[in-house]
Design a protein around this ligand. Structure first.
Ligand code: ATP
Ligand code: MG
Length: 255
């Protein structure tokens, strides 16, 4: 049974992260209308939908940056709705940001080390782990380079390395493939599969390109105008008439 103490470092297995019937308003605009979502350990769940559908807002709800009007967030059956963002991240709820780069003035190593420090590791332990993670990701030769001087694809990988350093149970990735070329996308694909398998981590993957979502994800949830349009296996989503009509169109037919 999982303890409810947010600062605890011990990591028992937690089987799911759940959003239950959440509603979010922004000054009169209803951004999320009664959305529920379940992310299980070890699975990759794709979250798709047009611009403004509420994908990033849902990540903010999960990480505690966005208060809700109604509904709750649960991790391993424990209601964490009142937990602050840092309490959630220390318990393994980790995100990567849409379009935000790591600290440009820090080295690659320092950026990754910052992830370990953020969850309360000592400096030495955080550094040793950062070295291991950079090596795993093929970035050890870049460890001492300033992040801001590296190519975009490597900077993106450093952001992911920092997230891994936070020992995620659930990793919420907001368009991690945006701006990457085909080779970098396929590297990212392998990295994400590796994280899910090695850490038995549940991964929420936001992405606009359907081909990438269908290749990588176990299940897919489709949002439209703040509501869930469909949720299911990639095959179910591919063949869902509402999804095809509303969003996928020609691209789905081509996949
Ligand atoms: N801080 C905010 N204040 C006011 N409105 C907001 C705020 N954040 C988001 N919104 C609105 O809420 C809705 C959902 O936005 P959100 O960023 O979650 O969409 P998204 O699915 O992530 O879109 P994109 O694909 O463009 O990243 C949009 O209508 C957006 O304009
Ligand atoms: Mg977004």
């Amino acid at each position: 049974m999982m303890s409810t103490h947010p600062g605890e470092q011990h990591r028992p297995t937690v089987s799911s992260l759940e959003v239950d019937s959440v509603v979010v308003d922004f000054q009169g605009l209803r951004a999320i209308e009664d959305v529920s979502l379940t992310l299980r350990s070890g699975e990759i769940l794709g979250l798709i939908g047009p611009n403004g559908a509420g994908k990033t807002t849902l990540i903010n709800v999960l990480t505690g940056f966005q208060p809700v009007m109604k509904g709750s967030v649960q991790m391993g059956g424990v209601d964490i709705s009142d937990w602050k963002p840092h309490e959630r991240s220390r318990r393994g709820l980790v995100r990567t940001f849409q379009g935000v780069l790591p600290f440009a003035g820090l080295t690659a190593l320092e950026n990754v080390e910052a992830g370990g420090v953020a969850i309360g590791l000592g400096r030495r332990e955080a550094r040793a782990e950062a070295v291991r993670i950079l090596t795993d990701m093929g970035l050890s030769a870049k460890a001492d380079r300033q992040a801001g001087t590296l190519p975009f694809g490597e900077v993106r990988r450093i952001g992911i390395a920092r997230a891994i350093a936070m020992r995620p149970r659930f990793l919420l990735m907001d368009e991690p493939a945006a701006g990457l070329n085909d080779v970098e996308c396929s590297e990212l694909h392998n990295i994400i599969r590796g994280i899910a398998a090695r850490l038995n981590c549940g991964i929420l993957f936001i992405e606009h390109r359907m081909s990438l979502v269908f290749k990588l994800c176990d299940r897919v949830q489709v949002l439209q105008l703040g509501r869930t349009l469909a949720v299911g296996s990639t095959t179910q989503i591919r063949n869902d008439p509402n999804v095809r009509k509303a969003y996928l169109g020609e691209e789905a037919a081509a996949c």
